[in-house]
Structures are given as C-alpha cells and as structure tokens.
Design a protein around this ligand. Structure first.
Ligand code: A3P
Length: 300
C-alpha cells in the first residue's frame, strides 16, 4: 500500500515512516533560531522556502542556485530530510506540511519562528489534482469529482485542508507565528518580503529586497533546477505527466470546476470554516463567504 495513517492522518509510505512522525512530534527539538516554513501541500511551500532562503542569504542568489531546495529547507517529516535538518548548522530553515497536532511539541517552549502560508483551497485542490498524477507510486487522483470529494472529506495526504488551517489558526496569538497567503505573495511580493523580514528580525536593504523578489519570481524558480523539481528522478515522478512549476496563478480552479462542483465546494467550505476567527483574501466581506471571490480585504 502506498499509504498509511498516523493518528488519523494519511501519509505516503514513499516519503514518511511512522517512527519518523513519532520522533518529530515527541522528540525533535526546535531551536530558538529555527525558521519553519509550514504549509498544507500545494499552498506555495517551495515559493516560501525560496523567499526564506534568499532572505537568510541577504538576497545573494548563490545558495538557491547551487543547493537543492530540500537541502536548504528540509521537510522534517521525511526520514532522509530529517537527517539533513539535524545536521544543518543553525540558523536552520525547516519545512513541513504537518498539521499542528503532529508538529514538534518542543515548539510550545521555543522561540522558533513559524511562517504559515495558506492558499485558496480551490486552487490547492486543483494544483494537487494535477501534481498527484506525476507520482508513480501514488494512486491516480481519478476524476475531478472523485478527487474533490476526497479533498473535502480529508481523505488525502496530510489530511483535511480545513482541519490543517483551523489547527494552525488557533495558534495565531503566539508572537512566533506569522500568517501569509499565496494570494498576498502574488499581489505584492515586495511588500510581503518586507513583512516577513520584519517578522524574522532581518534587516535587508532595498537592493537586497529587490534581489529576493527577482530571484523568487515564478520564471526564475522555473528556470532554477535546484528549485523546480526537475532533480526528482523519473523513477519517482513522471515529468511528462505533471509539472511542478505548473501555472503559478490564482484562480485556476475556474478552468477545472463546473458551476455545480464549485457550489458544492463553497457549501463544504462554509460548513467547515464556520466559527474560524480569521478572514482570508478569497472570502467576501459580507454575505455568503465564498472561495471564488476576488481578494477583497485583509485576513488579519
Ligand atoms: P500550481 O500547480 O497552481 O501552478 P507547493 O510548493 O506547496 O507544492 O505549491 C506548488 C504551487 O506553487 C504550484 O502551483 C506552483 O506552480 C506554485 N509556485 C511555485 N513557485 C512559485 C512562484 N515563484 N510564484 C508563483 N507560484 C509558484
């Protein structure tokens, strides 16, 4: 079986082991100067890892041009990348898709900084739908309808988007968590980089900020083999069936979902996000909250 469940959440046997997940949750020690890039899959993880790598190197692109992204910002729940995380010198840049309940417990007593990036869940679903077709060992996502039902019920890798977001949003009062959206990165990457620098306590001059923005653009990342997934071997990922740097836009769900499917998604969204004390760029200010609205207001 290519999948297993750990504490009710689906993982792939190709990348994760139960022992690693248990170690990460209970024993992994976050250090005060760690920076953790947290996302639900397909929400802009690699983009944020690139932005953070460039900020840490003061805009100098040599690191992102010469070291694979997963070595710069290893995923702690993936066994061989956890080893890199343990060996990398501080200040460490770490990545994870773990829901809060499986995140290292050591976080509660540390000053490690978390940057949590979210994206319109419809675009997350559509991006996942295309991406999963590339993984040779994983189940084919099936029809859009079938995949959407799995996504909405949380029967997908890393579990429910709704639960993931709700679990992390509950931590929003902590000073060491910063929330940002893929949509905000797209609308104003320079302003977003400045906010992230402020959160991290990193002073970059305008030339350095400019270099972060330039080198984290979709085109630069698409051309950078250290960041564009092309180093992933054909035995794992069929590059003819799926592209990692696919479109890099917001609203691509409109090209895939029918009106009925988008209404079904909207209803599930409203039901699941009821009571969440944060608003997001894809919701309307008043009336029925919808994932299909254009960005209208700040989510903080
Ligand atoms: P699409 O499939 O919609 O194109 P993750 O890194 O969490 O797996 O997310 C992957 C998504 O982020 C893909 O979305 C990819 O194209 C997009 N992406 C990666 N780098 C980006 C960038 N620099 N600018 C905009 N989108 C980017």
């Amino acid at each position: 079986m290519p999948y297993f469940k750990y504490k009710g959440i689906l993982f792939t046997t190709e990348f994760c082991l139960e022992e690693t997940l248990s170690y990460v949750e209970n024993d992994f020690q976050l250090l005060d100067d760690d920076i953790v890039n947290v996302t639900y899959p397909k929400s802009g993880t690699h983009w944020m890892a690139e932005v953070l790598s460039l900020i840490l190197s003061h805009g100098d692109p040599s690191w992102v041009q010469n070291v694979p992204l997963w070595e710069r910002a290893p995923w702690i729940e993936i066994a061989d990348q956890l080893q890199m995380a343990l060996e990398n010198p501080p200040p460490r840049l770490l990545s994870t898709h773990l829901p809060f309940q499986l995140f290292p417990k050591s976080f509660l007593h540390s000053k490690a900084k978390v940057v949590y990036t979210l994206r319109n869940p419809r675009d997350v679903m559509v991006s996942s739908y295309h991406f999963f077709k590339g993984f040779k060992e994983l189940k084919d996502p099936g029809t859009v309808e079938e995949f959407m039902e799995s996504f909405l019920s949380g029967e997908v890798v890393y579990g429910s988007w709704f639960d993931h977001v709700k679990g992390w949003v509950e931590m929003k009062e902590r000073a060491n968590i910063f929330f940002i959206t893929y949509e905000e990165l797209q609308q104003d990457l320079r302003g977003s980089v400045q906010k992230i620098c402020h959160f991290l306590g990193k002073e970059l001059n305008s030339q350095q900020i400019e270099s972060v923005v330039e080198n984290a653009s979709f085109q630069k990342m698409k051309d950078n083999k250290m960041s564009n997934f092309s180093l992933i071997p054909e035995s794992v990922f069929d590059h003819t069936k799926a592209k990692f740097m696919r479109k890099g836009i917001s609203g691509d769900w409109k090209n895939l979902l029918t009106v009925a499917q988008s209404e079904r998604f909207d209803d599930a969204y409203q039901e699941s996000m009821r009571g969440v004390n944060m608003t997001f760029p894809w919701e309307r200010i008043t009336g029925r909250s919808s994932c299909c609205s254009p960005p209208s207001h700040s989510y903080v």
